[in-house]
Design a protein around this ligand. Sequence first.
Ligand SMILES: O=C(O)CCC(=O)C(=O)O
Ligand SMILES: [Fe+2]
Length: 343
Amino acid sequence: MESKFKDRLRRLYRMAKHKLNDPQRDFDVATLPWIDLPGADIDAFLATYKTPSDFPYDLKSLLTQWRDQGYVILEGALPISWVDGLWQEVETTIDQHEQHSLKASVYQFNDKKETPIKDVPKEKLAGIGARLLEYHNSSVAAKKVMTHRHIATFLDAVFHEPVCVLQSLIFKYGSQQDTHQDFPWVRSKIASHLAAAWIPLEDVHIDAGPLYYYPGSHRMPKFDFGTGILHQVDSFYSPEEFSVYLDKTCAKLGIPQKTLLLKKGDLLLWHGGLAHGGNRIGDATLTRKSFVCHYSTVRSYSRHRFEAPEVDKSAATYYNDITIYVNPENAAEEDKLAGGAAW
Ligand SMILES: O=C(O)CCC(=O)C(=O)O
Ligand SMILES: [Fe+2]
């Protein structure tokens, strides 16, 4: 009893200390992307912005939807041959996993501790709960898909400064992730410089655990982990409490949950503050092959996070003006899957 009381006191003391340190409670207005600033004027932006002539969507309505709803869907943006080619390459990579050091995280195998796929049994890699991490570093095909010119055009309009790839994940099955926003975890210097793409590598079935999202939730009041808006190892509140907060606050604000049922070739782009998650898998025989890509700006993410502290510039390649840093942890395998080079 006494020790419980002491624990409580200790927690209160730590919380008070954190409050005094004045942790970040919201995105910094000084570095917000223009479109997130109060009164963002899309017409004024478009008056001087040069939209590529082959961009097949109405940029004005996309930017308006991004500003107000925190996401856009680009239907039929990607060549089906690229999407199929990428998945075939992933299947072969899983099949020949002993030849690859790219990493995976697998539920109830190495939970959260990322392991080279050569050390993960094939059945685990190909099963529910597995995700391949930073696959794009090994694959030219993945690099091409994640920087497709329509994605590049939209991200360029949103950030209006040089964009880079921050992180990527490949899933064969639904993630079944609880509701979350990405910015507390997917981190770079400027928390608001974050966007993501959800790219289906097959048509999404309703029973395969589709992604869900809350339109407009990118503008809801931010959750305070007790250590500010970013999740830290010593945060007082857990990801589960964060998730409950998001679901409850969206319900209170009258924001309905939407389910994402995209077709191969389509993609969703979402704002780093949009609340989303993965539905439960209704039918465990159904796959939900997908490629999730996170982007930031070069200003916010100026070098690869795995780089040694003394290195201030990472080697990089450029696709449609998007910077992709070489993964310094696995540089020998950068672009080793080169099939996409012919596309
Ligand atoms: O694909 C999913 O179900 C969720 C992925 C996700 O939330 C993420 O990678 O940020
Ligand atoms: Fe996410």
